[in-house]
Design a protein around this ligand. Sequence first.
Ligand SMILES: Nc1ncnc2c1ncn2[C@@H]1O[C@H](COP(=O)(O)OP(=O)(O)OP(=O)(O)O)[C@@H](O)[C@H]1O
Ligand SMILES: Nc1nc2c(c(=O)[nH]1)N=C(CO)CN2
Length: 206
Amino acid sequence: MIFRDWEPLYLEILDYFSFSREEDEEAARLLASLVAVDALPDLKKLILGRTVTVCGNAPCLLDQIDQVEGTILAADAAAEVLYTHGIRPDAVFTDLDGATDCFLSMNEEGTVMVVHAHGDNMPLLSHWVPRFRGPMVTTTQATPFAAVHNFGGFSDGDRAVFTADALGATSIRILGFDLDDPSVDPVKRGKLFWARRLLAILGYNL
Ligand SMILES: Nc1ncnc2c1ncn2[C@@H]1O[C@H](COP(=O)(O)OP(=O)(O)OP(=O)(O)O)[C@@H](O)[C@H]1O
Ligand SMILES: Nc1nc2c(c(=O)[nH]1)N=C(CO)CN2
């Protein structure tokens, strides 16, 4: 999705969660200052014309893990679930709140880290980003600039689907999503509400 189409949705999301656009923009500038090389060409090569599987981190992922095929995009902590089951994702979409040292290992082995900046993760950006040694792509939910991209999507999982769609995947299989998960806290429930709404715009009715 291009930013012109994303921006009205973004404005609604800011209002829904009382997030600050200025803080999102500050975080994006911080992230840009921490990353020297844009690995978007690597990410495009993994996605364009390919079958893609996006893995969210709902508990059902474990039961669906044998259904992954093609290029594997993991949403945040889903990456560790895959990795500990012998599957290294091709890319990880993360705002770093589920990051562990295992992200550093995957990245060194070639997994593209698609790191997202927002107003509430600046300390995490400063902590983790300088430690990554492998390919990295940076994203924002506000206005994109220079090498900080915005393909649409909000939570790590739906952002991965939006990116796969924008970069030309031929098909997208979505695993590990349970948008009615009763075990999540109220903020997460709001994020899953938005994930459902955003994915429906792309034609994925979960
Ligand atoms: N039931 C679920 N619980 C958690 N995540 C889910 C669920 N269903 C789908 N997802 C997707 O999996 C992604 C990664 O989940 P994780 O638990 O690592 O979330 P998170 O880091 O708290 O995510 P976010 O910060 O994006 O909300 C979420 O961003 C969401 O898009
Ligand atoms: N400002 C802000 N933006 C976000 C946040 C968040 O907690 N704060 N969480 C996200 C995905 O979980 C995506 N974007």
